[in-house]
Design a protein around this ligand. Structure first.
Ligand code: TYD
Length: 203
């Protein structure tokens, strides 16, 4: 593998993707790959400050402003971290990316999906992930895993998270080559095996 890879992990809050991304990183590092583990929002530097606003600001945030803040974080992340690493031959594993904005701000908040798609392409300079894994989870389990201490996004309610889940499944239907769905109800080990199979088909 001379060119690097860009792989994103997606799903509703509490879907287990953060556990899975760490396991995948460990597996790939053990195989000798140069791996970068990163996330949106909140990669190092400016991203950390944008994350703080997005998750903890307690005043009014308009829906369009929310979208633009996630997109601003994305543009910075793609330009300063993701693309340089992929172009240097590394495997970049990213916790959330373009599909979070489509699922949360598009399907969840009701922002125009076509517009979000276009803005995503501007924010990323038309660079799409090589593979996206969606961890599908039912809303009850997702909410119970999140617990009672919710951040600004997690406080959006059951109806919102039903729409987010539906959004992810729609994205996967529209881009079946790039976006693969795994069932989060399975055990951590079973899901990890499926993740590795998907990644190994690319490396
Ligand atoms: P985080 O604590 O990283 O949640 P998780 O561990 O579930 O990934 O918080 C990120 C939150 O921001 C999460 O609720 C999803 C939301 N989000 C959006 O609404 N739009 C986006 O474009 C992104 C990247 C995240």
């Amino acid at each position: 593998m001379s060119k690097g890879l860009f792989i994103t992990f997606e799903g509703a809050d509490g879907c287990g993707k953060t556990t899975q991304i760490k396991l995948a990183a460990e597996y790939l590092k053990n195989k000798g790959y140069d791996v970068i583990l990163t996330r949106e929002p909140g990669a190092k530097g400016l991203g950390e400050q944008l994350r703080e606003i997005l998750l903890n600001y307690d005043g009014i945030v308009s829906d369009r402003c929310e979208s633009f803040l996630f997109l601003a974080d994305r543009a910075q992340h793609i330009d300063t971290i993701v693309v340089p690493a992929v172009d240097a031959g590394k495997i970049v594993l990213c916790d959330r990316h373009i599909d979070s904005t489509v699922a949360y701000q598009g399907y969840g908040r009701g922002q125009d999906i076509e517009q979000i798609n276009k803005l995503n392409m501007i924010a990323t300079n038309n660079r799409k992930p090589d593979l996206t894994i969606v961890f599908d989870i039912d809303v009850e389990t997702s909410m119970s895993r999140v617990g009672s201490e919710k951040d600004r996004m997690e406080s959006s309610g059951t109806e919102f998270f039903n729409k987010v889940r539906h959004g992810y499944l729609e994205i996967a239907k529209q881009e079946p080559q790039r976006v693969r769905v795994l069932d989060s109800a399975k055990s951590i080990e079973e899901i990890h095996e499926s993740v590795i199979k998907l990644i190994n088909s690319l490396v």
